[in-house]
Design a protein around this ligand. Structure first.
Ligand code: ZN
Length: 307
């Protein structure tokens, strides 16, 4: 009987088509692309429009991006005004794929009104609401749980045949996020409370700050599109001296010169490079979201820690 069943199974398999092509997914930037890969596994082929070490705020889409979107079977965006260029690009490309807004349902925090200078920075960022919301919601692990659920549901809808695999990979990834969050809380707890102050180029760690209790101060607002004014820079230098802020950090997507000037004039140390809006390339220290968060944590702990 077992043999007959096996034979039946073999016959059935013989009638199935060869392994299906992976679903073509397009994510707007590298962090999101990594989350889609984590949930999609081999069932999804992911393309990121904005690559590693690049700035999605001020991105200028190319004609090739338009063709990539037109071919997509699912499009995953951050939302919250992060990719001010995406709506028009999707329209222009004629893409028919469903668009998943990964941040849907996260508790948002407001942008910094002090930095909303109301500039129009040309066609690339003109439609971005800019400082209405802080778009960097992925800097809180709790929010990334929501991202992962939205990505899982979006993939399952676009590709129901693999829904179980998406669900299985998403729950495995959620367990990794739990471990990551525990490690973040432990590392911050080991930093003396009076050292829990950090300067970064642009205000990209608001969600990290709200979730884990490290204070971030930045001369630029929540978008890199508006430049820091000499007044902003002067204010930060005075604040560093007054509050004895131990370290300033370079962001990989930002010009290092502003932070170097601030370090020089305030006497604060440069605490290394942190990843706010982008992963590193595959050979760098932050090729995935999990590695990025751990890399930033190491940089903060090393510069601010007790010893
Ligand atoms: Zn940013």
């Amino acid at each position: 009987m077992a043999r007959a069943a096996l034979l039946g199974l073999a016959l059935l398999c013989g009638t199935l088509p060869a392994a299906a092509e992976p679903l073509r997914a397009v994510a707007t930037f590298s962090i999101l692309a990594d989350l889609v890969r984590a949930v999609g596994g081999p069932d999804v082929a992911v393309t990121s429009l904005v690559g590693p070490d690049a700035d999605a705020h001020s991105y200028n889409p190319s004609p090739a991006d338009s063709r990539t979107l037109a071919q997509a079977q699912i499009i995953v965006v951050n939302g919250l005004g992060f990719e001010g260029w995406i709506d028009r690009l999707v329209r222009a490309s004629g893409a028919k794929a469903p668009v998943v807004v990964a941040s849907t349902g996260v508790p948002t925090i407001a942008g910094d009104p002090e930095h909303d200078h109301g500039h129009d920075h040309g066609p690339a960022s003109g439609s971005a609401p800019g400082a209405a919301f802080d778009p960097h919601a992925w800097q809180s692990v709790a929010n990334v749980r929501v991202y992962v659920a939205n990505i899982r549901d979006g993939l399952a809808k676009a590709d129901p045949a693999n829904a179980e695999d998406y669900a299985r990979r998403a729950s495995a990834y959620l367990a990794e996020l739990d471990r990551l969050e525990g490690d973040i809380r432990a590392a911050i707890a080991a930093i003396p409370p009076e050292h829990r102050r950090v300067i970064t180029t642009h205000a990209s760690f608001g969600y990290f700050s709200a979730a884990y209790g490290l204070t971030f101060i930045a001369p630029q607002g929540v978008s890199t599109a508006s430049e820091a004014s000499p007044k902003d820079v002067g204010r930060i230098i005075r604040q560093i001296r007054r509050d004895k802020v131990p370290a300033v950090f370079l962001e990989t997507i930002a010009d290092p010169r502003l932070m170097q000037q601030i370090a020089r004039e305030s006497g604060a140390r440069i605490g290394g490079r942190v990843y706010s809006d982008s992963l590193s390339g595959p050979d760098g220290p932050a090729p995935t979201y999990l590695a990025m968060m751990r890399q930033n944590l190491r940089a903060f702990a090393a510069a601010l820690g007790p010893g």
